[in-house]
Design a protein around this ligand. Sequence first.
Ligand code: PRX
Length: 652
Amino acid sequence: MESQVDQTQPDKQVFPPSPEFREAAVARPELYEAAAEDREGFWADQARNLLHWHKPFTQTLDWSDPPFARWFDDGELNVAYNCLDRHVEEGNGDRIALYWEGEPGDSRAITYAELTAEVKKAANVLESLGVTAGDRVAIYLPMIPEAVVSMLAVARIGAAHSVVFGGFSADSLRARIDDAGAKLVITADGGWRKGKVSPLKPAVDASLEPRGGLPAQDTVTNVLVVRRGENEVDWNDRDVWWHEAMADASPEHEARAFPAENPLFILYTSGTTGKPKGILHTSGGYLTQVAFTHRNVFDLRPESDVYWCTADVGWITGHSYVTYGPLANGATQVLYEGTPDAPHAGRWWEIVEKYKVTILYTAPTAIRSFMKLGRQIPEAFDLSSLRLLGSVGEPINPEAWLWYRHVIGADRTPIVDTWWQTETGAIMISALPGVTDAKPGSAQVPIPGITIDVVDDAGTPVGHGDGLLVVSEPWPSMLRGIWGDPDRYRETYWEKFGDRYFAGDGARLDEDGDVWLLGRVDDVMNVSGHRLSTAEIESALVAHHFTAEAAVVGASDETTGQAVVAFVIIKQSQLATAEATDIAAELRSHVAKQIGPIARPRDIYVVAELPKTRSGKIMRRLLRDLAEGREIGDTTTLADTQVMRIIGDKVR
Ligand code: PRX
């Protein structure tokens, strides 16, 4: 196979599935035909085949009040029952649900029967703390089994979770707790990261304190604390140890049925303004599409595969393809607590070898950093168990795709490049393994039952060529809104094209009709597959007493896809103090403290002015040219055309 790879024109390569793979594949080409014939009927069939309904639905889609969709509206189900109890009842209680690997090397294998028992107890704990259906629970945990148990326990009692990535700061956590009005926070003393315990509970304590004249977060009545890091923690009246509460909890808990449209979770993501959006997902439609895609896109055989998605549960990938999709399908999966390079650079490959992982789902950033370190690291391990590889979160360049297939996949494995978003809830565009001929660098085709298009600014389909990606029909796992802000939901996604969902991504349709994603077209950056808002980082920068004004751009970066580059103007009154310190270091750590280390700018340039139009709008496009070392584009609309030359002198 290797000889077919033409490195000079990698995007011209096509990789058809092997005849054996095609023959045995879970996904069949007929899926496309069935969905094209009767799209809603297709999804109704998936919902009935893949899930257990306590009360069957009679209506598939209610789109009478667009853009607010209701799927399977009169049906009732319990999401946790679908992910747990039914597998045990079907005789698969002894199957491993989670192979958990702690960063220091401790591990646990948890069967479906054991996971079900844990979730039942945790559901009783939540109820004993006064959490009921409709309440919100914030989860701020490391990648430990209790993270999955917590999510499912919240779902089981009909409440909604808001998982906050453990790398977010106390301030970010506070904003999320506040926006959702969370009643309970589930956290840990700390988790293992890069060889040491990284504390979590202090951030929760700080997020619940009165601050800057603002009252404490009074919706939170308790904090449930898992013991993991064994680090010292302060203790308050509202705090409850997880292990103590679980020891006292009854192992019996009946999974009640909830309406299909019952909120399942809120997950905050960055938008074009400074305030993160609480993306709302509900139960029946969401679970249908994550289960369908997890089974068909990953060619899943629950009885024999060992699946591993490396995402943290703090992101949508972790929600849909660590917790809900795999468990709804009764899969066996690996859950890993730590970073890829702790305690050594081959840690991931050691895990693949140890658990004989068959399906690996990760992000291009990770692949590119492994490429940089060299193939000798993965080659030291036995990766022959792998039979399918997946990619998500950002465009994968053909070189990284080919390396992934060649070095990790031994030129055998299909690769699925999956495009989707926090808002879409589940995979929307991807090859189907065994069906699609794979094209390195292209996400390729919408999955069966999904209709997308690429249109120009006026909404006219481009046919072939570049434009904006839209989803033309409502889909089961679509967001149901932005928590508490229906107007922002309409404006952000539906105002531009009326009846079609605007994804915020640029895309190209090639002559075969395959989709190539071209990155965001708004002020959202994608750093290591994580979404960051320029506006949010700018407001963190101007919150520092040094800063008068700030502009942030995402500049292309070889490893992380994009990197945060900031241009700041220092206040006259602060110049003397600022110049006596390392301004860039000070501001970088300030952003890390305000938002989280992932938002820390790679470069900070102190400038005297920013390029603005006559109406005062910052021209980020020009700053991006500068940050990427390109020729500066058209400057004629600038109020002061000299300004770019002055800034340029600073950067070069
Ligand atoms: O720009 C697209 C990019 O990630 C954005 C969604 O980010 P988030 O909501 O954090 O979800 C990431 C994980 C699903 C998209 O608007 N993106 C995601 N997957 C791909 C991608 N860009 C290109 N190719 C992909 N496969």
